[in-house]
Design a protein around this ligand. Structure first.
Ligand code: MTE
Length: 390
């Protein structure tokens, strides 16, 4: 509390009358004082909000779980409003018995609970050529991390019986965009899920109610929402979303074929442009998120001088494979400008590259899979900006 204020001695208005009763808010919402903690879009980015993206307010969140109401949304044909009783999941193609399931049918298979991040391949895509968007919500907010309840995809595939030449799945959404992707059978049988709950409650319509595919560690585009059809085939389909979109254009003009796994990455969420330092010098908490599509994060280093010197940050909270990890570095800020960076390493010793190192290999034609190190410049007055150092 600033010197001279005597808030503790004052009688605040809300202490003078009774509050709402227990049934006034049957489904709770955040305090009115948190009204700024919302998803936001970048209007110039897309022609129309119906095929667009809204970003997670990472600078306002802590811990590892993204609250359902602020999970970023990416959809290509608007939010499908599905009546679960009129929704079906069909499995056909190279199977012994084509099957159609209701949601209730699926809920009778053994369930599991898993925390995973979902990152859009285009996350940080606007930053390829240089620092552009002034806020971690916009540079890194195409990610969310929730606990899914659902069933292993393997259960329904085994129920239908995959024929020996069944090597690929085509998964299709029930929205107006009919989003479709090819998935290799090994991944499908290994750890993919059909989820119907997120953070304990039904999936939100934005996230694919009543059911979505969970593809741990792999790019968000493959996590088909409003899942309605799975076809088993003997080769990939090469749909639009895995050829002209969601492939990485290399410097020589050729494109990488299928880059499914999300690379090791981290970002400081506070301080950041939307969360400047307002308390002046002294005790300061630097905090951020780290994740890898390969597994767990084993280490996060933080630099306050643009990458010249590094200190290991403290990872706090659950360390789960292909979930985000929360890290902190507690410093005594001397009030001089900072060039903040974080660099993550995963359990397989994959290390997050600098943006320059990434560009040396990948060029600047790409939009997707940018996991380069982010720099925030903190000025003496605490105002923070998106910059690059080289
Ligand atoms: N599934 C369907 N049916 N339709 C879509 O438009 N968008 C994909 C994927 N699944 C999409 C979809 C993309 S590009 C991403 S990044 C993720 O969903 C976003 O998931 P979210 O909206 O839960 O953040």
């Amino acid at each position: 509390q600033a010197a001279g204020e005597n808030v503790i001695l004052q009688k605040q208005d809300w202490r003078t009358y009774l509050g709402d009763g227990v049934d006034a808010r049957p489904y709770g919402t955040p305090s009115a004082h948190e009204a700024h903690v919302i998803r936001r879009n970048v209007e110039w980015l897309t022609a129309d909000p119906v095929s667009s993206v809204s970003f997670t307010p990472l600078h306002e969140l802590d811990g590892i779980i993204t609250p359902n109401g602020v999970c970023f949304e990416r959809h290509h044909g608007g939010i499908a409003e599905i009546d679960p009783t009129a929704h079906r999941l069909m499995i056909h193609g190279l199977v012994d018995t084509p099957l159609v399931f209701t949601l209730e049918d699926l809920k009778r298979f053994p369930r599991e609970n898993k925390v995973y991040f979902l990152e859009c391949a285009a996350n940080s895509g606007m930053e390829w050529r240089g620092a552009q968007l002034n806020g971690v919500q916009f540079t890194h907010g195409m990610i969310h991390n929730v606990m899914y309840t659902g069933i292993k995809l393997r259960h329904v595939l085994e129920e239908a019986g995959i024929k020996p030449n069944g090597k690929w799945l085509l998964v299709e959404g029930g929205d107006a965009s009919a989003m479709t992707r090819s998935i290799p059978i090994e991944k499908a049988l290994n750890d993919c899920m059909i989820a119907f709950k997120m953070n304990g409650e039904a999936l939100r319509p934005e996230q694919g109610y009543p059911m979505r595919l969970v593809v741990p560690g792999w790019e968000g585009n493959m996590w088909i929402k409003w899942l309605r059809r799975i076809e088993v085939g003997d080769q990939p389909w090469h749909q639009r979303e895995e050829t002209s979109k969601y492939t990485d254009l290399m410097p020589d003009g050729r494109a990488r074929r299928f880059s499914w796994q999300m690379d090791v990455k981290s970002v400081i969420t506070s301080p950041s442009p939307q969360a400047p330092v307002t308390h002046g010098k002294g005790r300061t908490v630097i905090s951020g998120l780290a994740w890898s599509g390969a597994g767990k994060i084993s280490r996060v280093d933080v630099s306050v001088d643009g990458g010249r010197n590094w200190r290991s940050a403290r990872i706090d909270g659950p360390s789960l494979s292909r979930s985000v990890h929360r890290f902190y570095l507690d410093i005594d800020w001397n009030g001089e400008p900072l060039y903040l960076q974080s660099r993550a390493m995963d359990e397989y010793r994959n290390v997050q590259p600098t943006k320059d190192a990434l560009r040396a290999v990948r060029g600047v034609n790409s939009i997707y899979h940018n996991n380069g190190i982010q720099t925030w410049y903190v000025a003496k007055d605490g105002v923070t900006e998106n910059v690059e150092v080289s």
